[in-house]
Design a protein around this ligand. Structure first.
Ligand SMILES: *[C@@H]1O[C@H](CO)[C@@H](O)[C@H](O)[C@H]1NC(C)=O
Ligand SMILES: *[C@@H]1O[C@H](CO)[C@@H](O)[C@H](O)[C@H]1NC(C)=O
Ligand SMILES: *[C@@H]1O[C@H](CO)[C@@H](O)[C@H](O)[C@H]1NC(C)=O
Ligand SMILES: *[C@@H]1O[C@H](CO)[C@@H](O)[C@H](O)[C@H]1NC(C)=O
Ligand SMILES: *[C@@H]1O[C@H](CO)[C@@H](O)[C@H](O)[C@H]1NC(C)=O
Length: 699
């Protein structure tokens, strides 16, 4: 009995403090509401002069600075990025102080429920809607782990109602001229729309790994019977599910989809990004985030530049000293398990992983564990201490070592292609070394290279490729190679089925590559690590690997890669620097060639930026000042009730403490009630269905 009284007293105290808290909160809210209303009435807006200047300098013509790469652009493509005097602005009347009217530059208002990259053919109707409550997926392809995993991955995304906050917010933007993506947003209207609950996935085949010839095409169709996605291969179904997740919008807590018909397929089969984990180590989480962003943008190749002069983070089981001595730190390596996990994370998203082990240059870090691989450089006094050049082409050991190493690589990585680098080979060191010079003069007479150094380089690359082919016999599809364009430009004897990646040089070089019968991928205009101020994405967007003026064999251009070299980019900053800029590249490589209107793309790109943020990716900015409304994910005690309209958001943080306090009290009360009534009542717990936030990261 005594115990019970103590409990009641405690309850009472809690009750009082909760009531007091509520009262206080209400008072604060009223006060802020009043202030907010007053501010609106007064319409006082101050603009800092310095800021103004900044805003205007912010917009520039991307063609100005790229004179030498003009070939990638069409002349009539001058991007017209002036959101500040079209729809996306805040206009002020002429003021006595300023003597002239001016505008505030801001990012365009995002579209709502429009996919990125844009499908090849899309028809949708704003006044014919379907309401979605649940979606049960049915497929006629039962034994396909890729499909069931994809459905599981996307299910949460379909039902996550975050557009709403976003839409409410847009309604509060002054002069934004925001229009709803549908005719009437009223709840009554939405509830009167037909409901659909079936998602049909009609798929023909389920290959286990994506390849260069994967079929990613799909069709998507809504009807009163449900949503149907049809694809030849499971990869198309995965792309279609992504599109679907971008089409479903949430208004008034109701999920809806417009009547839509899509026929979609990629323009290029190789749509990649390059991640450099040698200059700065990229954590597994960063790799997962990159792959998640790629899936959202329908990109399908991760070119993983694993090693370079600076570090060797890949743990080889054949030669443990490579990373044992060559990594920055024992913790900054990829274990076999890490690599397996990353490959699997990519595979289920239809993304190929192509590893690059750059040889014979860019290989200094190999020498920490295996100095015998490198060439000792000399000056006229003798060997220069610690100065090692490219891999030694004169020693048989170099080739036997690399054969064993790549035998392991061919087992670990499943893609048919590996990237062998071959860029920026410093030949001077070879020339300084007596042993290598002897070797070079020996082989030079059997080749017809003008330069002995190039002859040795050719010998190295040819022999290495042959050795790797020799150890690839257990592979179902053998092995093929990608090389940077220096190997092509120096006329090395590279296999006819190799791909040449152009990273420096104009369209004419790409044309030449195809004229000599090689496949090409293009990166010249997509070095996103070259951080620039202002709105730069139109430059990436308008760069076309096969522009209208292309004079080569167009069919041999497989696509391109956005590169993120990481000399000055770390694991913590990588996602924010690359995305959503790489989204511009993604649309160029996926969508129709004729899609070149940056002003049309801008609101969709802004939506894509917000979408990625909402899915938990720490992406950066593309179009300048603006906002995305992202539902707080950190603190689960923040429910909608606490937020009451997004304009009060900043206030919520001030109330964190009181929220904690109230929650703690409620928790204690709950515990008390639970223990007290446990004997007498049996409670049935029911959990909410669609409350969960999507999780992009695996475990
Ligand atoms: C607002 O948008 C509508 C539809 O896009 C357009 O017709 C109208 O001119 C715009 N109004 C202003 C003030 O920009
Ligand atoms: C939601 O529905 C209500 C009731 O029909 C309507 O008044 C309101 O404008 C709608 N809200 C939004 C954000 O569309
Ligand atoms: C699933 O249905 C589609 C369309 O009817 C058909 O083309 C495909 O062959 C079917 N797949 C299987 C595994 O039966
Ligand atoms: C290296 O290998 C080549 C070809 O296999 C052979 O002719 C040569 O004698 C070998 N050199 C040494 C030093 O073993
Ligand atoms: C590759 O294998 C072939 C046939 O077994 C052999 O003649 C050749 O010397 C090998 N080449 C290299 C570089 O190992």
């Amino acid at each position: 009995m005594k115990k019970f009284r103590a409990h009641s007293l405690f309850l009472y105290v809690c009750y009082i403090s909760v009531a007091a808290e509520e009262n206080l909160q209400k008072q604060m809210q009223d006060k802020l509401d009043k202030e907010y209303k007053m501010q609106r009435q007064k319409k006082v807006i101050r603009v800092d002069k310095v800021m103004q200047k900044h805003i205007f300098q912010n917009v520039r013509n991307p063609l100005d600075e790229k004179k030498n790469e003009k070939h990638f652009f069409r002349n009539d493509d001058k991007p017209n990025i002036k959101w500040f005097d079209t729809k996306f602005n805040i206009n002020f009347p002429t003021s006595n102080h300023l003597h002239q009217p001016f505008h505030i530059r801001r990012a365009p208002i995002p579209s709502i429920g429009v996919p990125w990259p844009k499908p090849q053919k899309i028809r949708s109707s704003s006044d014919s809607l379907y309401r979605i409550k649940t979606l049960s997926a049915k497929t006629n392809l039962t034994k396909c782990d890729l499909l069931s995993k994809a459905v599981k991955r996307y299910r949460d995304l379909f039902f996550t109602c975050h557009n709403e906050h976003f839409i409410n917010n847009l309604l509060n933007v002054h002069n934004a001229n925001f229009t709803f993506p549908i005719q009437k947003p009223s709840l009554e209207y939405l509830m009167s729309q037909p409901e659909i609950s079936r998602l049909y996935l009609l798929v023909m085949t389920c290959p286990s790994y994506p390849t260069i010839s994967s079929d990613e095409s799909y069709t998507l169709k809504t009807s009163s019977k449900g949503i149907q996605i049809k694809a030849n291969e499971v990869w198309g179904a995965i792309r279609g599910l992504e599109t679907l997740s971008q089409l479903i919008i949430c208004i008034n807590n109701t999920l809806i989809i417009k009547r839509t018909e899509i026929t979609d397929y990629p323009r290029f089969p190789h749509r990649g990004i390059l991640i450099d984990s040698a200059r700065h180590f990229m954590s597994k989480t960063t790799m997962y985030q990159m792959l998640s962003a790629m899936e959202m943008n329908k990109m399908n190749v991760l070119h993983w530049h694993l090693t370079d002069d600076q570090s060797f983070p890949f743990e080889s089981q054949t030669f443990p000293d490579l990373s044992g001595k060559g990594s920055y730190h024992p913790s900054l390596t990829y274990t076999p398990e890490d690599v397996r996990d990353i490959i699997e994370f990519a595979r289920v998203r239809g993304i190929r992983i192509i590893p690059e082990f750059d040889v014979p240059g860019h290989s200094f870090s190999w020498g920490y564990g295996h100095p015998e691989l490198l060439t000792q450089c000399f000056d006229n006094r003798g060997p220069i201490s610690g100065h090692f050049g490219p891999m030694n082409p004169a020693k048989n050991n170099t080739y036997t070592f690399l054969s064993k190493f790549f035998k392991e690589i061919l087992k670990v990585f499943k893609d048919q292609y590996i990237h062998l680098g071959n860029d920026e080979v410093p030949l001077a060191c070879w020339n300084s070394n007596q042993e290598v010079r002897q070797f070079m003069s020996k082989i030079n007479h059997i080749s017809n290279f003008k330069n002995e150094g190039t002859a040795a380089w050719n010998f190295f690359t040819e022999r290495l490729i042959q050795s790797i082919k020799n150890v690839s016999t257990q592979r179902e599809n053998g092995v093929k190679f990608i090389l940077w364009h220096e190997a092509f430009q120096s006329n090395l004897n590279i296999p006819g089925d190799a791909i040449v990646q152009v990273w420096l040089g104009p369209q004419s070089l790409v044309e030449e590559v195809t004229r000599r019968g090689y496949h090409a991928i293009v990166s010249s205009c997509w070095y996103i690590n070259m951080i620039k101020y202002g709105v730069v994405w139109p430059e990436y967007y308008l760069c076309d690997p096969v522009s209208y003026s292309f004079r080569g064999d167009k069919s041999l251009v497989l696509g391109g890669e956005a590169c993120l070299w990481s000399e000055f980019i770390t694991s913590e900053t990588a996602v924010g620097v690359l995305w959503p800029k790489a989204s511009a590249v993604a649309e160029r490589l996926w969508s129709d060639q004729s899609l070149r209107d940056v002003n049309e793309a801008a609101p969709r790109l802004e939506e894509q930026r917000c979408r990625m943020l909402r899915r938990g990716l720490p992406v950066g900015d593309v179009s300048g000042p603006g906002f995305c409304n992202v539902k707080a994910t950190a603190n689960p005690t923040f429910h909608n009730d606490n937020m009451k309209g997004q304009r009060h958001k900043s206030r919520s943080s001030a109330n964190i403490q009181s929220v904690y306090y109230v929650s703690a009290c409620l928790l204690l009360v709950g515990m008390f009630l639970f223990t007290f009534f446990l004997q007498k009542f049996r409670t049935k717990m029911k959990s909410g269905c669609f409350d969960t936030l999507p999780r992009l990261m695996g475990r």
